[in-house]
Design a protein around this ligand. Sequence first.
Ligand code: ADX
Length: 186
Amino acid sequence: MNPWGLVIWLTGMSGAGKSTLAHLLKLRFLADGRRVEVLDGDFVRAHFGNDLGFSKEDRDENIRRIAFLCELLAKNGVHVIVAAISPYRKHRDQVREKVPHFAEIHVDCPLDVLVQRDTKGLYKRALAGEIPHFTGISDPYERPLDPEVRICSSKESAEQSLDKIWDWVAARLANPLAQHAISNSD
Ligand code: ADX
């Protein structure tokens, strides 16, 4: 039976570097001969009809959809990398309970750096009051308390961040006991 894939969940504020890291991490999985898929918050929102906004309820539904896809892929042996703000601890913990191999990766970056970078021009608009419920400005971001890996994207190179994540991945992939337990749990 196919063992469950890993779920690598990148959480952090808009512009912190989640999507970039997700893409680079995917390349590492591929180079290692692994089946892998990236689920990006923006992508999942677009492909489910763009019906959701950014209220707590809508973000909850967004994460619920992503979690559903994660479980489906992971239980069929595909490794899944998620890049979504997922600002609520409770929502992230709910996903953790659904899959056997879950790594919460906090892609951290100080707000002043995000505002300065402002790659999408959203912080400027949010600070001007033009975007309601904007994470970190007018909406909460609940920092992970005990993530498997914390990335400081303003201080580390992408390669350094990837190495930290890959250490967790390699350790988990190399643990035959965990793999055995999972292959019998389906
Ligand atoms: S989540 O909170 O539901 O996990 P998700 O990761 O899918 O969010 O989408 C975040 C992206 O939507 C951001 O990168 C940003 O480009 C855009 N966005 C638009 N409005 C908001 C908002 N109010 N708060 C945060 N991000 C927003």
